[in-house]
Design a protein around this ligand. Structure first.
Ligand SMILES: C[S@@+](CC[C@H](N)C(=O)[O-])C[C@H]1O[C@@H](n2cnc3c(N)ncnc32)[C@H](O)[C@@H]1O
Length: 255
């Protein structure tokens, strides 16, 4: 079943790669969320060896190249995304090694090698969270840093309106339709098809990180200041972002 999910998601990312060009990349970590300009998680990246899982169109790699990262590697299961990344990074002076593989699989990525492994809105696609975190730990040097962002699990518990497809907010109250405890795979409709992923609890991430040999230095679940203070925008998404985080981000260190 897991293999079928990865295969189907891969078809989606190959078919729709162009629509995602640079949409979820550093300095952005997520939706209506604080950015790298606020968090400074990559403040000492100069000269460092960096690997991005689910690197997509390569915009985050470019961002870190501009900050002086020494060696850049990217992995993604979609060849179309990697073609876009290659094109985007052409002429930028950085020459990343791009690997086409699912993050769950064994690959030629070296072990005990990287100073940073990171993923911006990628980790949640894994069908094997515990195994993926163990792989990340194996790629990192001791004391290496693992940074990742993903949708906040509460975000996916809120109902969508049948009429508008938007988040369901009634008289200023959020409607929940999915249990926070339900970690079974969910299908998210997108672009006339759907993609599949599991909505995992925070404790599932925390415990899997610990089991893989990480300590968590920071966990962030903060809607950005602009969205919190905006009094004009009363769209369902804006109201929701004031009540629950839409995204989350972890900074961890390999022990
Ligand atoms: C929302 S995009 C994030 C991309 C990236 N942050 C960017 O700046 O373009 C998610 C990416 O994860 C990749 N992906 C999805 N499932 C994956 C898997 N199991 N292994 C590796 N990559 C995967 C997709 O191909 C896609 O490029």
């Amino acid at each position: 079943m897991e293999e079928q999910i990865v295969e189907k998601n891969k078809r989606y990312w190959n078919d729709y790669a162009d629509l995602w060009f640079g949409t979820t990349a550093l300095p952005k970590y997520g939706v209506r969320f604080v950015t790298e300009d606020d968090l400074h998680f990559f403040s000492d990246v100069e000269g460092k060896k960096v690997l991005e899982l689910c690197c997509g169109s390569g915009h985050s790699l470019k961002y870190l190249a501009d900050k002086g990262a020494g060696e850049l590697w990217g992995l993604d299961l979609s060849q179309k995304q990697l073609d876009n990344a290659k094109q985007m990074l052409k002429g930028s002076g950085c020459n990343p090694r791009l690997i086409c593989a699912p993050m769950e699989a064994d690959s030629d990525i070296p072990e005990d090698y990287f100073d940073y492994v990171f993923s911006i809105y990628g980790i949640g696609w894994t069908t094997d969270l515990a195994g993926t975190f163990k792989k990340v730990a194996s790629y990192l040097k001791k004391d290496g840093i693992f940074i990742f962002s993903w949708g906040h699990p509460l975000h996916y518990c809120v109902a969508k309106s049948y009429e508008t497809g938007e988040d369901e907010v009634i008289d200023g109250k959020l409607v929940f339709s999915r249990s926070y405890f339900d970690e079974s795979y969910l299908k998210m409709p997108v672009h006339d098809t759907d993609v599949t992923f599991a909505n995992r609890k925070i404790s599932t991430y925390v415990n899997a990180l610990y089991d893989a040999g990480f300590i968590i230095e920071r966990m962030v679940e903060q809607t950005d200041e602009k969205s919190l203070s905006d009094t004009e925008d009363d769209s369902p998404k804006a109201q929701k972002a004031k009540m629950v985080p839409l995204s989350m981000c972890f900074k961890c260190r390999k022990l």
